[in-house]
Write a protein that binds this ligand. Structure first.
Ligand code: GAP
Length: 464
């Protein structure tokens, strides 16, 4: 068995990933049998395993491996006043123009980017209007091709529900969370009181977020429903800078060491135009095929903004009392917020490889073993030999108790190996005629194609 490492190549076209993800059960378009729903996706049988493995790696790094971080899981729905106080009902906006011919709505910054103008959704409305007026002659409506547009307006991204409204007026809509982290601020005092948490400490949470994106696009990159893996680290006022550098380094290292992402595909980007709650903001970006570099995680210095606004609006004193000095203060917050759909997409693109094994090209998903959706496939050499099939079923039962294993009987053994390589299964176990004599099997490695003989009873230990 030999791979030709020099001939290894990744993917340069996102359409290939999108079709692979659907064909192999990673990601399906949401509500597909009704024609699909813009910006909504479902994770399939292999996708949910990969997503859960990413979450497990994240939770381990941000809760279990840390002395002073606590995990929580807050409710999706919150008192409507939360979103008033946080500033989202007023300031959580994207710049939009409406086409006067067909009423289609366009994201101003994105349309400007398309005609080569460097624009940003966080620029002021006036600045965007000025740029839009200057370059409008080059912009056409994506729907009808017209060039007749209204004024640049702010479009609020919060999605509303009528939960708890029995009047039919929905005057105080229960919003869906525009960012998952608000649940952490609401529980800051509860965590301090129940866990005797002492500053500095962090709170971690994985939660859903919803945004009424004007034009969802680029597969999992810009969706209307997604998950965020957030940490909020509470520090003494002005003690943010040293911790900020530590946190930034930890987050970068997590992508490289724990998710196995190629470091050359990552870069830092500092925000020039800050979102309303941030004092400083850095993004980790990944170089996606077709789309180029895009943010996968934001790391923000939120100063005392969040606890101050919630203290004021709720009337509850959210100051922290220093155990030793008795000093009271509103803690400052350093946030890390990773979009799990984007991280999932980066992991998938990064692992997707074409190489040559034994003189033939194959597709292999070179995922880190802890991320692989299926850890081992058990394969009887021939499907028409009942004694092989029944021995293989015995091995399968043994491995199922240990790990996520599957049984595959269809097609030639070579084809079955390639099928497992394509979905990233690190090992295949083949039961053949020697197995019936000496209880040994062939254990094959995904990346090198190398095969060794192993005793069935040693498999659980070897696979760990
Ligand atoms: N609490 C901070 C916050 O929400 P953000 O930069 O707006 O900050 C954090 O979002 C992360 O959420 C981004 O880095 C990105 O990975 C993800 N994200 C944001 N909008 C998204 C969208 N429409 N679709 C998918 N992921 C998105």
């Amino acid at each position: 068995m030999s791979t030709d490492a020099g001939k290894e190549r990744g993917v340069d076209n996102m359409d290939e990933i999108i079709s692979f993800a659907k064909r192999k059960g990673f990601v399906f378009p949401g509500s597909e049998i009704y024609g699909g729903m813009a910006g909504i996706y479902d994770f399939g049988p292999l996708g949910v395993e990969l997503l859960n493995n990413i979450k497990k790696a994240w939770w381990k790094a941000n809760v279990y491996d840390k002395r002073n971080y606590y995990g929580i899981d807050s409710a999706i729905f919150k008192d409507p006043r939360v979103w008033e106080a946080s500033g989202h009902t007023k300031s959580f906006n994207d710049p939009m123009v409406e086409c006067r011919s067909c009423n289609a709505r366009l994201r101003v910054d994105k349309e400007l980017e398309k005609v080569g103008v460097n624009a940003d959704e966080k620029m002021s409305e006036d600045k965007l209007q000025e740029l839009f007026d200057e370059y409008k002659h080059k912009i056409k409506c994506v729907k009808c091709g017209s060039n007749d547009f209204g004024k640049v307006r702010a479009f609020n991204l919060l999605a509303q529900s009528n939960l708890g409204d029995f009047t039919g007026t929905n005057e105080n809509p229960a919003y869906l969370p525009g960012e998952a982290c608000q649940g952490i601020y609401l529980n800051f005092k509860n965590v301090v009181d129940s866990m005797h948490a002492q500053i500095p400490f962090g709170v971690a949470q994985i939660g859903k977020a919803f945004r009424n994106e004007i034009s969802p696009r680029n597969f999992l990159f810009r969706t209307r429903e997604f998950e965020q893996a957030d940490t909020q680290f509470f520090v003494k006022p002005h003690e943010n800078e040293k911790e900020y550098e530590r946190i930034k380094k930890e987050r970068w290292d997590w992508y490289v060491n724990e998710l196995g992402i190629n470091e050359n595909k990552l870069r830092w980007k500092r925000h020039d135009n800050l979102v309303f709650y941030a004092k400083d903001a850095w993004d980790i970006e990944y170089d996606f095929p077709s789309y180029g570099f895009g943010e996968i995680e934001g790391i923000h210095d939120r100063s005392d903004y969040d606890l101050t606004v919630h203290s004021r609006a709720s009337g509850v004193d959210l100051r922290y009392t220093d155990q030793e000095t008795g000093e009271k203060y509103i803690p400052w917050i350093l946030e890390t917020s990773a979009g799990l759909g984007r991280v999932f997409l980066a992991v998938l693109c990064d692992a997707y490889t074409k190489d040559i094994l034994d003189g033939k090209e194959r597709t292999v998903l070179k995922l880190k073993k802890n991320l692989a959706p299926i850890k081992v496939a058990v394969l009887p050499l021939l499907k028409n030999k009942p004694e092989l099939v029944s021995k293989a079923e015995e091995v399968f039962d043994l491995l199922l108790r240990e790990t996520n294993a599957i049984f595959d009987i269809s097609g030639s053994i070579g084809k079955r190996y390639r099928k497992q390589d394509e979905i990233g299964t690190p090992h295949c176990v083949t039961v053949d005629f020697d197995t019936l004599k000496d209880n040994s099997v062939t254990l094959r490695d995904r990346d090198t194609g190398e095969q060794i003989r192993a005793h069935i009873e040693d498999l659980p230990k070897m696979l760990k």
